[in-house]
Design a binder for this molecule. Structure first.
Ligand SMILES: [Zn+2]
Length: 280
């Protein structure tokens, strides 16, 4: 019985979010991205290399992170005890009324997963861009062997330009097996949701929060483990672009240090083992 965290880094870069620019102006710079990903690996050394890097794919650049230099970094992460997951920024599919347009979504998830599997890198984790998700994605994840989803930010309700992107209102604050009927409810699908850590008025979203808030969340989660006498597994969230700045890296290091006082960092595969030992 304990508190377990998965340190997740979404592989996004700054220019991607300048959505008013053309797709060519939003391309990542290879040298910069390689350097930042290497920094992720170095920072994760303090948590026994339990890094889960979510590989970005989007219409802006579907295959950028499948170049050989990146593939060797993904292999290095795995060899050290971490892993990589799938991060699809196909959020235009989540505009209201287009939730049923699953063909593109399926193509995006399957194509990145299959490319990695062909290189003997077998991901088991998924996170939607902007934490977008809906229950119709569950069978797609199952087909691709993606047994863990990290898209849940409990309570998140995001609309962009009037369109619904993500709705996690009422979702549990610790891991649960998802329902095929409603992604926010426990059920009997094969996919386990690992939410972003949120408790005691704090959150483990490093970029948007303070170190005090990180401490509050970790403390409250550890208390919950004791009171409820059960394992709690949540994610700690950061992004590749944060690794460009010395101060942001320092904040990430301190956040990990605070979390470590109250729980243990595990890989996604270790989390799955812990879950499989429980009756869920
Ligand atoms: Zn993202």
């Amino acid at each position: 019985m304990g508190l377990y965290y998965i340190f997740t880094v979404d592989g996004d870069w700054d220019e991607y979010f300048y959505s008013k620019l053309s797709n060519s102006a939003r391309q990542p710079n290879k040298k910069t991205l390689l350097a930042m990903v290497k920094r992720e690996i170095r920072v994760a050394a303090s948590i026994n290399n339990r890094l889960l890097h979510f590989i970005h794919t989007s219409p802006v650049t579907p295959d950028f992170f499948l170049q050989p230099e990146f593939i060797s970094l993904w292999r290095e992460m795995k060899a050290r005890g971490g892993n990589v997951g799938i991060h699809c920024h196909t959020e235009d599919l989540f505009h209201e009324g287009r939730f049923s347009d699953l063909e593109k979504m399926k193509k995006s998830i399957s194509s990145l997963t299959e490319s990695l599997v062909s290189k003997e890198i077998n991901p088991i984790s998924y996170r939607g861009g902007y934490m977008a998700f809906c229950e119709k994605n569950i069978p797609i994840l199952e087909e691709n062997g993606l047994l863990l989803d990290f898209s849940c930010d409990p309570g998140r309700y995001l609309r962009l330009e009037g369109e619904l992107i993500a709705d996690w209102r009422g979702a549990p604050e610790t891991h649960y097996r998802m329902s095929y009927e409603d992604h926010r409810k426990p059920g009997n699908s094969k996919v386990i949701e690992i939410p972003l850590g949120k408790a005691g008025g704090g959150t483990l979203y490093i970029e948007t929060t303070s170190l005090l808030s990180i401490w509050k969340a970790a403390l409250a989660l550890a208390k919950k483990v004791k009171e409820e006498k059960r394992d709690i597994i949540v994610s700690v969230l950061s992004h590749t672009y944060e690794f460009a700045s010395f101060w942001k890296r320092l904040k990430i290091k301190l956040a990990l240090f605070i979390c470590k006082k109250y729980g243990i960092f595990v890989s996604d595969e270790e989390a799955l083992e812990i879950i499989n030992q429980q009756k869920m």
